[in-house]
Design a protein around this ligand. Structure first.
Ligand code: AMP
Ligand code: MG
Length: 447
């Protein structure tokens, strides 16, 4: 791949393409189904057995012969009781019924269920046996759940490429797939850099700041972001602004991670060593794949992307993507969201690299000046009364204003130019929940 002049602004789409080019899904592993939530299934799972495995009742009531109820109300003799989990031992003969609980197998002879709410208990008849009055006609098949009516044996239960939801986990358990082949959650390392940074103590206490020092927020925000997105977050700690510290940190990262994010040290400062070290490690690895970029976005212009050989045991010739993200707290999150996340999703086996963007109506206008960059504006997206999304700037848009980022649930993609006028549509990358739809009509009747 050709290198890029660090001073040339590279359009976001090209950076995304460049970052994604070498990305391949991690080799599948076998995981217990209870550990596979959010993972991407690597091979189809076919139902080995019918679900449900036998015909059973969907309701509590009485298993009857539908023909007996043609002249309902009709009185029937109770010849048994069947709970869920019991196999029938007697059949339902003419004029007879078997009391049955939800999930119990349909006894032979019965072809419908009279629900308990439409039954009158009559007590013992002259022969001493219990009798019930069925109030309504029961049609054949009433409240039956046929064998295989959820999933038939041999049918596709969950397709390869599916991102496993809680319901998928349940489906897999229902067909007896206790261990599944999935792409593993990428182990993503986070290494922060900066001599000005002060860490929280292990007990959560905050040491006093000396002049020139600030508290680290990137480590915590990046690790939390990775966990939110379903990756395994690996804390690689803080590297001092020296070539030796950054090199040692990255070498450790290549030993233990499937992908690495660093923050800081990729601008033009005297002590920005991440850029320098990645350049050297890239050259050692054969070079050519280290991209020092000025991305045509605001915030988050500086970025280094490279793919370095894994040194993990069994890593083979696998390459590990390393993203040298900018240090400013908002920039590192925006850079992650727009450039690193699609790559991590490919490693995790997601069929679509980029999370989808959605159109929203610009509220208040998203003004800007022409500067050759796409602006990624922190917005809060809410449902409007008409069911459309409304995007409003959260204010504070500078790259150190993490408080503004915390108010945002998305980034509006505002192309170079004068901005998006109030009421026009703008594409939005969503990364947080949307406040519920606020309707002027009365609530729904569904429970
Ligand atoms: P750098 O990219 O290293 O020049 O950092 C850019 C800005 O981000 C500087 O103002 C840094 O102090 C700040 N910064 C870098 N890393 C962190 C961090 N981990 N937490 C908070 N701010 C940071
Ligand atoms: Mg720095």
């Amino acid at each position: 791949m050709p290198g890029h002049d660090y001073e040339t602004l590279v359009p976001l789409a090209e950076v995304q393409r460049l970052a994604l080019e070498p990305a391949r899904p991690l080799a599948p592993v076998h995981l217990p189904v209870d550990e596979a939530l959010g993972c991407v299934l690597a091979s189809d799972v076919v139902a080995a057995e019918d679900v449900p495995p036998f015909a059973n009742t969907a309701m509590d009531g009485y298993a009857v012969r539908s023909g007996d109820t043609a002249g309902a109300p009709v009185d029937l003799t109770v010849v048994g009781v069947l709970g869920a989990g019991t196999a029938p031992t007697v059949a339902v003969g003419p004029g007879e019924a078997i009391q049955i609980m939800t999930g119990a197998p349909i006894p032979p002879g019965a072809d419908g269920i009279a629900i308990v709410e439409r039954i009158e208990a009559l007590g013992a008849g002259p022969d001493g046996r219990l009798r019930v009055r069925v109030l309504d006609v029961v049609e054949p098949g009433y409240h039956f759940r046929a064998a295989g009516s959820d999933l038939a044996a041999g049918s596709l239960a969950v397709a390869a490429g599916t991102v496993l939801s809680p319901a998928h986990i349940g489906v897999l358990a229902s067909v007896g797939a206790g261990v599944v082949s999935v792409h593993p959650r990428p182990r993503v390392g986070v290494m922060i850099t900066g001599d000005e940074l002060v860490e929280l103590a292990a007990d959560g206490s905050a040491p006093p700041l000396s002049p020139g020092q600030i508290r680290d927020s990137n480590r915590h925000a990046m690790l939390a972001t990775l966990r939110r997105d379903g990756f395994e977050a690996v804390d690689l700690g803080l590297a001092a602004d020296t070539e030796a510290a950054v090199t040692a940190g990255l070498e450790r990262a290549l030993h233990s991670c499937d992908a690495v994010l660093t923050t800081g040290g990729v601008s033009k400062g005297e002590f920005d060593y991440v850029k320098v070290v990645l350049g050297k490690l890239g050259a050692l690895a054969g070079g050519g794949d280290v991209h020092e970029l000025s991305v045509a976005i605001r915030p988050a212009k500086p970025l280094v992307i490279c793919w370095l050989p894994s040194t993990a045991a069994g890593g083979g010739s696998r390459l590990v993507p390393v993203f040298g993200l900018p240090g400013n707290p908002v920039s590192s999150l925006v850079s992650y969201q727009s450039i690193a996340l699609p790559v991590l999703r490919v490693l995790a086996g997601h069929p679509a690299a980029a999370p989808p963007t959605v159109p929203a109506v610009a509220a208040g206008g998203l003004q800007r000046h022409r500067d050759g960059k796409t602006h990624l504006v922190r917005i809060e997206a809410r449902w409007g009364d008409d069911g459309r999304l409304i995007a409003r700037s959260v204010g504070g848009q500078m790259s150190h204003q993490l408080g503004g980022m915390a108010l945002a649930n998305g980034l509006a993609i505002v192309p170079d130019g004068e901005g998006v006028p109030e009421g026009d549509l703008v594409q939005v990358i969503l990364f947080g929940p949307i406040e519920p739809y606020v309707s002027s009509s009365a609530g729904s009747t569904e429970t």
